[in-house]
Design a protein around this ligand. Structure first.
Ligand code: UP5
Ligand code: MG
Length: 192
């Protein structure tokens, strides 16, 4: 079998990564792997040795060591037996990038990095609304959101810049309605 095709999906907290990934799955048959969702699952898995560490990072908006995240992603890829993956919310810092490249770099075919661009104000409003509607996420509150944005600016933006310099990034205006955003996403997917 050929190497799995990967699209990384990046953008600030609440930019709409998960929302757009769901639409891509419906229309293009990719498998959606949200690093955040995999970590939240692992956090609550009975007997997980990483539960507390993951919870600490998520509430503080800091980033879990790549060994944990990368192995959850690789395990999910192997389990799916498919060949096209959306990796949502990863890699988010230098440790993620170097760890991924070391373990997975040669095993996959990175096709594109979808970068959802959205202001901190809009993103924060969306996450607070989601929290108020009962998301149950321990990081949908003002204090965690402030920390998530500091991490995003300091740690994740340099990764996006790195891929931009290598010509991988498709930047998408994520402030519009989900349908409008998706029509831009669709154009990128069709161009691959
Ligand atoms: N919404 C979406 N699109 C909209 C639009 N166009 N207009 C209006 N509303 C829109 O959307 C967020 C909310 O906005 C929803 O209510 C949605 O309906 C609405 P969503 O699609 O969920 O946005 P998304 O970008 O996926 O937001 P999310 O909160 O999931 O982003 P984060 O990147 O903050 O969260 P993630 O789950 O990826 O990571 C959480 C934490 O896990 C991190 O802070 C970190 O601590 C940890 N983590 C790691 O350590 N390592 C990793 O590799 C990944 C995560
Ligand atoms: Mg998400």
């Amino acid at each position: 079998m050929s190497k799995p095709n990967i699209l990384f999906v990046l953008g600030g907290p609440g930019a709409g990564k998960g929302t757009q990934c769901a639409k891509i799955v419906e229309n293009f048959g990719y498998v959606h792997l949200s690093a955040g969702d995999l970590l939240r699952e692992e956090r609550k898995a009975p007997g997980s040795q990483f539960g507390e560490l993951i919870e600490h990072h998520i509430t503080n908006g800091t980033i879990v060591p790549v060994e944990i995240t990368c192995s959850l992603l690789e395990r999910a890829m192997n389990k799916s037996e498919k060949n096209d993956f959306l990796i949502d919310g990863f890699p988010r810092n230098e440790d993620n990038l170097s760890g991924w490249n070391r373990v997975m770099g040669e095993k996959v075919n990175l096709k594109k990095v979808l970068f959802f661009h959205c202001s901190q104000e809009v993103c924060t409003e969306r996450c607070l609304a989601r929290g108020a509607a009962g998301s149950g996420r321990t990081d949908d509150n003002e204090e965690s959101l402030r920390k998530r944005f500091v991490t995003y600016e300091n740690a994740t933006m340099p990764i996006i810049k790195y891929y931009e310099e290598k010509g991988f990034v498709a930047q998408i205006d994520a402030t519009k309605t989900p349908e409008e955003v998706y029509s831009d996403v669709e154009a990128v997917l069709k161009s691959l």
